[in-house]
Unconditional design. Structure first.
Length: 344
């Protein structure tokens, strides 16, 4: 027993680290950057992984999807090629992973606070690397926060790539609820159908009531993932990288649950179709062909009325809600194209 306790304690205390950026010869690249750091915005300290072959390259900020999202592992496992073209800053959102300590106070966990934090991290990167504008890539719920940031401070950004772009959470969830309930009834999942019927259609006052939909999403909207880099378990497949201590891993999982409950119900009145008719930067949206249909439909409706210097929707053929990690080679090629088309 004592030996087990010691081993657990050592594992938790094991410091996280990120390896140097190496070239084709396996040696550390002179002038490269590879670090785990933190940045203070307001009253909170946020974890940040910054990596790139050339510290003078364009800067790209990656904003994870879920509240308290943590994608350091997935970025290191699936998208190291981006480091050849950008200084890639992967942000740990408030309450998750290395930003777990920023969760409290719960009362301030709002969309407005998330926007302020995104601006603060962006300003840090601009100042540190001497860039007037940076590239912004965001996923899912992080894409909603990022669009609100773009709307407020467009001068900070060179271009935007929204992956699994959120548009209207309430409308998307209602559509997903209806599809999931129909699937449960069609496939004889009586207990799930009764649970969903008992909850009634969303939106809900707490984050935990969304669990039946979220837990069953991969089955209700199943597709063949055998050709993809990332599988059905999503970000959890990439927790075993040296950038995470065991404590970081626990925070990456547990933080999402509490943050979802705190933030998600407070974002139900956002609808970009009505509230964001215009963006002043080039925008590129990335969907997987197997994305939940309601989300795809809402993006198409917003894109139809959105005014921007450039806008397009790109669809990857074998992926779903996480195409950047499911089809990383295709995603890197897209980001390289965005760089070529927008670099000043």
């Amino acid at each position: 027993m004592a030996v087990g306790v010691v081993l657990v304690a050592v594992g938790v205390a094991r410091p996280a680290r990120t390896e140097p950026v190496v070239g084709s010869d396996g040696r550390a690249v002179a002038g490269g950057i590879a670090e785990l750091t933190s940045v203070r915005v307001g009253d909170h300290d946020f974890g940040l992984m910054i990596r790139g072959v050339d510290a003078g390259a364009p800067v790209l900020l990656y904003v994870p999807g879920a509240p308290a999202g943590s994608e350091i592992g997935a970025m290191r496992r699936h998208l190291p090629e981006l480091e050849r073209h950008f200084v890639v800053a992967t942000w740990e959102r408030r309450g998750g992973g290395k930003s777990f300590g920023a969760f409290e106070p719960r009362a301030t966990f709002t969309a407005e606070d998330e926007v302020r934090s995104t601006i603060g991290v962006t300003e840090y990167l601009r100042k540190r690397f001497g860039r007037e504008r940076i590239y912004l890539v965001a996923h899912s719920g992080g894409s909603m926060v990022s669009v609100l940031t773009l709307q407020r401070r467009p001068e900070l950004f060179q271009a935007y790539i929204g992956v699994g772009q959120a548009v209207d959470l309430a409308a998307a969830d209602l559509s997903q609820y209806q599809d999931t309930l129909a699937w449960a009834r069609r496939t004889g999942r009586t207990a799930l159908a009764e649970q969903l019927t008992g909850l009634g259609p969303p939106p809900y006052a707490d984050g935990y009531s969304y669990e039946p939909m979220l837990v069953n999403e991969n089955q209700a909207f199943a597709y063949d993932r055998s050709r993809n880099s990332e599988g059905v378990s999503g970000f959890a497949e990439s927790l075993g990288v040296p950038e995470y201590s065991l404590l970081d891993q626990a925070h990456a999982i547990g933080g999402v649950v509490d943050a979802y409950d705190a933030l998600y119900p407070r974002m139900q009145d956002i609808d970009f179709r009505a509230q964001v008719p215009r963006l002043q930067v080039p925008v590129y949206f990335v969907n997987g062909a197997h994305e939940v249909p309601g989300r795809v439909r809402l993006l198409a409706e917003w894109n139809a009325v959105l005014q921007a210097p450039h806008k397009e929707i790109v669809t990857f053929g074998t992926s779903g809600h996480r195409p950047q990690f499911e089809q990383p080679a295709e995603f890197v090629e897209l980001v390289k194209r965005v760089l070529a088309e927008t670099r000043g």
